[in-house]
Design a binder for this molecule. Structure first.
Ligand code: A3P
Length: 288
């Protein structure tokens, strides 16, 4: 199917039409936040599913009931997705957990008034590219990636779902209410999961014992999450996501771009990155 058939241009970025019909976008725009809501914000393929496992476990004090019984999209639903309208989110008890792939500037009016806490995860864009390249290829609701060089061009120029990685990251880093935003990199979680779980728990003002933190970190290891059918997307029908081609929880490592990009593509990417990110002061932990 063509770009025009698969995507809707919403506030200047492509969103998959199948997941974001007009009524879902309207629901998102009208959504009313509570001050104790917790929002996980990410550019796709940056560690959303990982955080959708970590945060519910922290909030439940390590009780695995919700991660064992609810799919990640129900446990920490995307507010802009078609499912949000039917999940009765208004009735959920506080603190409610949500996800969003939207840019900061696309958040609804209530978000800026209420200022709920946000965890914003960033990942080396070369790995985001690599993960996306494989992911687009297994879905039926995204434009197929085509040759790698073409997909790279689209990725760098934001002609992919949720637009430009660069604009997404810069927008959230420049957020006005950034005291209520925790910034964390995928690579920090990969290097020190226990320490990261502890920091996230602190940000969420949820004191946990070292033992519980250890238990949560263990459950959230890639190899363990891969076995969790409520998090590995195995319940999605193959016609939407064909995991026989590449799994959703694919490799779960930092630096796989080294196996994906050619030397020329790396050089091109680096030049692009330098130009786009020249004013960004944030010290990312990744090795570009
Ligand atoms: P790869 O394709 O590089 O393996 P998102 O959930 O934002 O779509 O991101 C998906 C990426 O996060 C995939 O990357 C996936 O494997 C990785 N991921 C998910 N859970 C993880 C975990 N527990 N540890 C490490 N990586 C994880």
């Amino acid at each position: 199917m063509t770009e025009a058939e698969l995507y809707t241009l919403y506030k200047g970025v492509y969103v998959p039409s199948h997941l974001h019909p007009p009524q879902s976008l309207k629901y998102f725009e009208d959504f009313t936040f509570r001050p104790d809501d917790i929002v996980i914000a990410t550019y796709p393929k940056s560690g959303t599913t990982w955080m959708q496992e970590i945060v519910p476990l922290i909030m439940s004090g390590g009780d695995p009931a919700s991660v064992e019984t609810l799919p990640n999209w129900d446990r920490v639903p995307w507010l802009e997705e078609h499912r949000a309208c039917v999940l009765n989110l208004e009735q959920r008890p506080s603190p409610r957990l949500f996800s969003t792939h939207f840019h900061y500037r696309m958040m609804p009016a209530s978000f800026f008034e209420v200022k709920p806490k946000v965890i914003y995860i960033m990942r080396n864009p070369k790995d985001v590219f690599t993960s996306s390249f494989h992911y687009y290829g297994i879905t039926s609701f995204l434009v197929q990636p085509g040759p790698q060089s073409e997909f790279l061009e689209k990725f760098l120029n934001g002609k992919v779902m949720f637009g430009s990685w660069f604009d997404h990251v810069k927008g959230w880093l420049d957020a006005d209410n950034n005291k209520r935003i925790m910034y964390i990199c995928y690579e920090e979680m990969a290097m020190d999961l226990k320490g990261s779980v502890g920091r996230i728990a602190q940000f969420l003002e949820k004191p946990l014992s070292a033992e519980v933190i250890e238990k949560i970190a263990d459950r959230c290891l890639f190899k363990n999450m891969k076995k969790n059918n409520m998090s590995n997307y195995s319940v999605v029908p193959q016609e939407f996501m064909d995991q026989t081609k590449s799994e959703f929880l694919r490799k779960g490592v930092a630096g796989d771009w080294k196996n994906q990009l050619t030397a020329a593509e790396v050089e091109y990417f680096d030049r692009f990155y330098k130009d786009k990110m020249r004013d960004v002061k944030y010290e990312f932990v990744w090795d570009l």
